[in-house]
Design a protein around this ligand. Sequence first.
Ligand code: NAD
Length: 276
Amino acid sequence: SKVPTITLNNDVAMPQLGFGVWQVPDDEAERAVGTALEAGYRSIDTAAAYENERGTGRALASSGIARDELFVTTKLWNSDQGYDSTLRAFDASLDKLGLDHVDLYLIHWPLPSRDEYVDTYKAFEKIYADGRAKAIGVSNFLPEHLERLLGETSVVPALNQIELHPQLQQSESRAAHARRGIATEAWSPLGQGKGLLDVPTIVAIARKHDRTPAQVVLRWHLQLGNVVIPKSVTPSRIRENLDVFGFELDDEDLTAIAALDEGKRLGPDPATFDVV
Ligand code: NAD
């Protein structure tokens, strides 16, 4: 595949660009993931909470692609935090996916008010030791949550998946991850397709390179070193979002995009989000 990989802190290789399936209903996930695999994606990002692990698993099975060429990520939902409940929830996810291991398992949200992410992560360490997740990590963790985890557990998370796009550039988190050898993965990398893709700076850079605004934004992520998981259910866009390896943004483009940061969150604030 033409997608480069990044090497996680335990030497596992992960495609730098994957396919996200949030808000794709289970019965559509099979077709969407199938289209993505056919287009050349090999990394799929799902979650127990997305309720499409079955459809995703069906697409993986029917693709005929060897398991060791696929990279499958799923996530533990908030209501399942805690040591024993995590082990049960992981079994349920594997069963729905129809797999005997995942490549990456993530704690979906820290829920600091519930204060169970350390115990939850200890169950992740057990799953990792048993070889049922090739890598473990977190999502939506603030630097303070990572520090606590590093102090109280032994496996350094391979990756933190956070909301990140040109209007929320997350420089503090990215620096904290880099210091600790934790990869940064961007969720809603296209800003959910709302607004960001119409920003004049992005549109102008797209014209200059004869590319689309979505391709410019994805290229920005890749050049920053982020892992990205754009989502689309439209076959032409699924292919467009993968076709980002034949051009490069220059320093002038990168400087212009750097100026778009406005700390604009589209999703919840991890410090207070506590929905189970
Ligand atoms: P995204 O930034 O990937 O945007 C997706 C939307 O952008 C699409 O629904 C479509 O409307 C539009 N779009 C996609 N490709 C386009 C193109 N080429 N041209 C124009 N418009 C286009 O948003 P997302 O789905 O929120 O995020 C991607 C993935 O990140 C999710 O599917 C999920 O896997 C993950 N995610 C994780 C969390 C978390 O808490 N860990 C939260 C949200 C999303």
